[in-house]
Design a binder for this molecule. Structure first.
Ligand SMILES: *Cc1c(COP(=O)(O)O)cnc(C)c1O
Length: 388
């Protein structure tokens, strides 16, 4: 692995330079690539050559985006997808067979939960959820059919923290594949492979793009596992478009400076909310009051861009808050330069039953703030006036 620092790799990793000697990488907006002759064509399809054939398989812009994320996550290989969910689905579907079982944290992204609950059963793939605050009980849930341990940290939307090192040890001991959705941390704040993860998934839509423009996903890990995911994906077709890959590769150049500011603003907002009389509780990984503060400090560089809190007054209190917001966007995305407020109970997690929401700590008055890059005084000012 290259010994340059994170920021340098993010800016200087460049796979292509054409005869025009452009400084910034060009966009390879092409669906296919040409062969020199009959022998080149045969050898390319026989995989005797490592070269581009068709952009569903690989493209120079996707390759560069993948290479950067691999450098950042200390991974051998990767595959880039059209969305975060394409990455989650394709990664799991490529590795699981009928009869296999997944052991997953209960607190996961809503669509991933739907995948486990509503779709995988039709291919005879089962799952069991474990409680994130009871990692010592996980081993009892492993069966001879278990193949994958799946988790996110920090979780969406409750910003709970899972001990990645503990999960890595359990996975290793039982010879299971540990898959971590690292979307909330971004490759800058946390590198799960260091703690024993086999595969790391990102929704590139969030902090990696960081400007609310594109949907994307990526999975990185060992050559062996990524090869299986690649073979499945080049046939099923969830590949990232070259244009989006080109945008994302540029976005990665500013990831470190952006995420530093996101985290600085988020911590200031969390501290402000902690003392506010209209707020029941606040959760942010780098607040001392967070139940897993010590673990967060151990595995993350900073706390991330998301702050969760509960407005007093139940549903009515929550609705009033959202109606009074002026500057911040009411939207379902996160990791954007624009601050966003979301009401998980009525939006991203509305498909969960009331009991399921309670189990994952999503209360009616819970607000998720994705803290953006506006001046912190303006962010706090808007939230303060909306709280009344
Ligand atoms: C948004 C998100 C996803 C899905 O990503 P898309 O790009 O929206 O498909 C998966 N996991 C987490 C934690 C997310 O926040």
């Amino acid at each position: 692995m290259n010994s340059q620092k994170f920021e340098t790799k993010a800016i200087r990793t460049q796979l292509q330079r054409s005869q025009y000697l452009e400084h910034s990488v060009p966009l390879y907006l092409t669906s296919s690539f040409v062969f020199e002759d009959a022998e080149d064509m045969r050898a390319s399809f026989a995989e005797e050559k490592d070269r581009n054939i068709y952009s569903r398989y690989a493209n120079p812009n996707s390759d560069e985006f993948i290479e950067k994320v691999c450098q950042m996550e200390d991974a051998e290989a990767g595959f880039a997808f059209a969305s975060g969910m394409a990455a989650v689905f394709s990664t799991l579907a490529a590795l699981l067979d009928s009869g296999d079982h997944v052991l997953s944290a209960r607190n996961i992204f809503g669509s991933t939960h739907s995948l486990f609950t509503n779709f995988f059963p039709k291919w005879n793939i089962s799952h069991t959820y474990f409680k994130i605050d009871a990692l010592d009980t996980i081993e009892q849930l492993i069966t001879p059919k278990t193949k994958i341990i799946y988790a996110e940290s920090p979780t969406n939307p409750g910003v709970d923290i899972l001990d990645l090192e503990a999960l890595g040890e359990i996975a290793k001991k039982h010879n299971l594949i540990l898959v971590i959705d690292n979307c909330f941390a971004s490759p800058y704040l946390q590198q799960p492979i260091k703690f024993g993860a086999d595969l790391v998934i990102h929704s590139g839509t969030k902090l990696i793009d960081g400007q609310g423009r594109v949907l994307a996903g990526i999975t990185v890990g060992s050559n062996e596992l990524i090869d299986k995911i690649y073979r499945f994906s080049r046939i099923t077709g969830p590949s990232l478009s070259p244009f989006n890959a080109w945008l994302l590769s540029k976005s990665l150049e500013t990831l470190a400076v952006r995420v530093d500011r996101h985290c600085e603003n988020a911590l200031k907002l969390a501290e402000f909310l902690e003392g506010h009389k209209k707020v029941n509780w606040v959760k942010y990984p780098f607040l001392k009051s967070h139940p897993q503060y010590e673990i967060a400090k151990k595995q993350m560089k900073a706390g991330g861009c998301v702050v969760a809190f509960e407005v007093k007054g139940g549903v009515k209190g929550g609705q009033d808050f959202f109606d009074f917001i002026k500057l911040l966007s009411l939207s379902a995305n996160l990791g954007d330069s624009r601050s966003i407020v979301t009401h998980p109970a009525s939006t991203t997690h509305s498909k969960l039953s009331v009991e399921e929401r309670e189990e994952t700590g999503i209360t009616d008055g819970m607000v998720r703030v994705s803290v953006g890059l506006e001046h912190i005084d303006d962010i706090i000012g808007d939230i303060e006036q909306a709280l009344g």
